[in-house]
Design a protein. Structure first.
Length: 250
């Protein structure tokens, strides 16, 4: 497991995931440090008090809400323990392999586009949501917390795992006001792979995956335009002439 690739992939996922708030990210980083300390073991035990102290979480209800959210959104697997002498068990997911090919490595210039770019999103279906976790979700407190999020109150829509035809994908891209040229590339890419991800898993929601695909393509295109503009300015600045007037002040 590559430490740097995992962190870069996690932060890239944070960027596109509007469900997260700062407490989720703080808790994830605290868990990542515990994972690192265990030499990236497949599963490891954690102490709630230590995690709350590192993540700067002051409420137990906020901690349990955030860790169950991270579990439901497939950042990790959370196995709660009813034994006070034995900590809960965590299994971290490796995010280094994405569902589609990476365009380029991350470039800080993308930050210049963040304020101008407003992606269109749809709610993403929860994964690995067991019956016990549904009970815990229904018992979450809705008031008296230091940090309360209303993002998850939207009713989630069940989607087909894969589209029936290219026409369905084209209509979806048109409805979302996305570049339809990317629709055929997206459909052909996953159709050729039988709608499996790069790690061999079945695509769970093709619509959410299509939105993520279109967002990355749009960012890559804007980044390319920015690079071309800078290269053009650099060429203009390097133009010179042999007829110089050394009498002019600098």
């Amino acid at each position: 497991m590559n430490y740097i690739k995992q962190l870069n992939a996690a932060f890239e996922k944070f960027y596109f995931d509007d469900r997260l708030n700062p407490t989720h990210i703080s808790l994830y980083m605290a868990l990542f440090q515990e994972w690192n300390s265990s030499r990236f073991a497949d599963e490891f035990f954690v102490n709630r008090r230590d995690l709350m102290k590192v993540a700067k979480i002051g409420s137990k209800s906020t901690y349990h809400r955030c860790v169950t959210d991270l579990n439901a959104w497939s950042y990790l697997c959370y196995y709660p323990s009813n034994n006070p002498y034995k900590g809960s068990k965590i299994k971290m997911f490796i995010i280094g392999t994405n569902d589609e090919p990476q365009p380029d490595q991350y470039d800080p210039k993308l930050e210049q586009l963040a304020d101008q770019y407003h992606p269109i999103r749809e709610p993403i279906m929860n994964r690995h949501h067991s019956v016990s976790e549904q009970v815990m979700d229904s018992q979450r407190p809705v008031s008296g917390q230091a940090l309360v999020s209303t993002i998850n109150n939207t009713k989630q829509i069940k989607h087909n795992k894969q589209p029936n035809s290219l026409e369905v994908v084209l209509n979806f891209f048109k409805d979302k006001d996305l570049d339809t040229d990317h629709a055929k590339i997206f459909f052909d890419y996953y159709q050729e792979r039988d709608w499996l991800t790069s790690d061999g898993l079945e695509v769970r929601d093709w619509r959410a995956l299509a939105l993520y695909w279109a967002e990355k393509k749009s960012l890559a295109r804007q980044k390319k335009k920015l690079n071309q503009k800078e290269e053009s300015q650099l060429r203009d600045n390097l133009r010179t002439t042999k007829n110089k007037d050394y009498g002019q002040p600098l």
